[in-house]
Write a new protein. Structure first.
Length: 247
């Protein structure tokens, strides 16, 4: 049983300096890319319809350093990888090379999603808080297509700044609901660079002790980028479950 808190004391799990969490995420994915080369316009390739991609689960690692009550430095890393095989139902052009109808193709997509952020909780009460978030979201994507007579890959890196907010409310002394939204759109510059990022995370948090908790949530992450002649659009949405440890 949890003892009643003294007036003004933080909720269970809110008195810490370092927090780490590990989760498994089961998202449904929608991914398209296009890569041009040698003045040959690339086909917009749908990884599910064209290449046979199936939904996977991915690990998610997060760390928070809290030097003061209302200030948090945040880091998150999600390694996302899809590997699949399919027989093409149409001809496609990727990175200047043509992959013909009915050719068997092995493909992969390696997406490393990083988040570096700062959170300031401008309102902080014993049972709830609200804050704003400034972030640098870094997307590193490599796509590879291999057929019997041709193999090509495209690599794009796109740092995207983002801004947003977070709110948490304790419905019970050790049970909280949290909503977090960040994102930003970068206008296209010289028809060569641009992008957008939108991230929505809603989860329940049960703190079994001040140092250990469990998360169950739903997350939607959408990325779009233009880097020279390469474009991509990636949306992942789904449930996740994780463990939280604090010190």
């Amino acid at each position: 049983m949890f003892k009643p808190r003294s007036p003004g004391a933080p909720a269970v799990g809110e008195d810490y300096h370092i927090e780490g969490s590990a989760a498994l995420w089961w998202p449904g994915a929608t991914i398209t890319i296009a890569s041009s080369q040698f003045n040959i316009v690339g086909t917009t390739i749908d990884f599910k319809n064209d290449l046979g991609m199936t939904d996977q689960r991915f690990p998610e690692l997060s760390f928070v350093l809290r030097p003061a009550k209302s200030h948090k430095l945040r880091f998150q890393y999600i390694p996302i990888n899809f590997t699949q095989s399919a027989t093409l139902q149409r001809s496609i052009i990727f990175n200047g090379q043509r992959f013909d109808l009915s050719v068997p193709v092995n493909s992969s997509l390696d997406w490393k999603a990083y988040r570096f952020g700062y959170e300031f909780d401008f309102l902080s009460k014993p049972d709830w808080f609200a804050g704003f978030i400034l972030e640098a979201k870094y997307t590193d994507v490599q796509a590879t297509l291999t057929a019997p007579l041709v193999s090509e890959f495209a690599h794009a890196q796109a740092p995207i700044p983002a801004i947003g907010g977070i709110g948490r409310y304790y419905v019970l002394p050790n049970v909280a609901v949290t909503a977090e939204v960040t994102g930003l759109k970068i206008p296209t510059v010289q028809n060569k660079y641009g992008g957008h990022f939108a991230d929505v995370d809603i989860y329940g948090l049960v703190n079994w002790t001040p140092n250990v908790g469990t998360q169950i949530g739903y997350r939607s992450m959408a990325v779009g980028y233009l880097v020279k002649s390469d474009t991509g659009s990636m949306t992942l949405k789904g449930l996740y479950v994780g463990l939280v440890a604090r010190y």
